[in-house]
Design a protein around this ligand. Structure first.
Ligand code: G1P
Length: 274
């Protein structure tokens, strides 16, 4: 059973400067809820209630968000305003939170390896909070869909979606053999390829389930694309042993790491509210 979910949240969020100069990008709100809370809710709904943050300097607001805010809460106690805290209070009660710090930004693979100490020797989910994944009310969240597949297959899984050819350079891209209509066995994967070198247009989005042998692999690989330790390179080693699945998830994913995607997500969520 999967219990832990890792959130790499040490990144600087340079695409949102100056907003992220003194504030974590993960605390930017979509409507009235910070991005990170959407991700933690998705993990908790999937049964992954041990939340592991790989955090960094300037990210304390995330820790404070998942804790009581004593002065504020006592001042609004008994008023109608308390209602707005119901969701986050329930989430805090439901989950446990662990933190470790990534001291240098050496890539997503390095961030995940930094989480080894709090994850330990068990399979775990990874959520990149920038990728907001929304599903309809009667549908499981994306991590929940993947956790169900993990129960069945017991190997690493990446979530994928088709992207236009001129976008593949922004993602890890896979090639695979179909198992079912929405599941592939990964045969190749490349981090941020030029369109002419992309093995397909199936891009990895920010949802992973990883088996713990990934840590030893990460420890042994050299820096890859952009001089960073890439999770894609580590997963390729598992894939070469036939141990990685790629899953075409149900739902809508919006990249909130860019201002354009952030506005799109805001509008989309606002319309869904009405
Ligand atoms: C990371 C991964 C990439 C993946 C992407 C999903 O890239 O390295 O393989 O496709 O997340 O959001 P980043 O967006 O951190 O550059």
């Amino acid at each position: 059973m999967l219990k832990k979910c890792l959130f790499p949240v040490a990144g600087y969020g340079t695409r949102f400067l100056p907003a992220t100069k003194a504030m974590p990008k993960e605390m930017l709100p979509i409507l009235d809820k910070p991005l990170i809370q959407y991700g933690v809710e998705e993990a908790a709904d999937a049964g992954l209630s041990n939340i592991c943050f790989v955090t960094g300097r300037g990210k304390r607001a995330i820790e404070d968000h998942f804790d009581v805010s004593f002065e504020l809460e006592s001042s609004i106690a008994g008023t109608g305003k308390e209602e707005a805290l119901q969701g986050i209070r329930g989430l805090i009660d439901q989950c446990s939170f662990s933190y470790t710090r990534q001291r240098q930004m050496l890539g997503l693979g390095h961030a995940i390896l930094t989480g080894k100490r709090i994850v330990g020797d068990e399979p775990f989910g990874v959520i990149l909070a920038d990728d907001l994944c929304l599903t309809s009310e009667d549908e499981q969240g994306v991590m929940g869909q993947m956790a169900a597949l993990y129960e069945q297959y017991g190997c690493s899984i990446v979530a994928i979606e088709e992207v236009p050819a001129d976008q593949v350079h922004r993602y890890g891209v896979i090639a695979g053999e179909p198992i079912t209509k929405d599941l592939l066995k990964v045969t190749d994967m490349v981090e941020k390829p030029e369109p002419e070198h992309a093995p397909s247009n199936l891009a990895i989005i920010g949802r992973y389930i990883l088996t713990p042998d990934i840590f030893d692999i990460l420890q042994g690989i050299p820096a890859g694309r952009n001089g960073e330790v890439q999770i894609t390179d580590a997963l390729l080693q598992q894939a070469q042993q036939g141990k990685v699945l790629a899953y075409k998830f149900r739902g809508r994913r919006i990249d909130c790491g860019s201002v354009e995607g952030f506005v799109e997500a805001t509008n989309y969520c606002f319309q869904r509210m009405g």
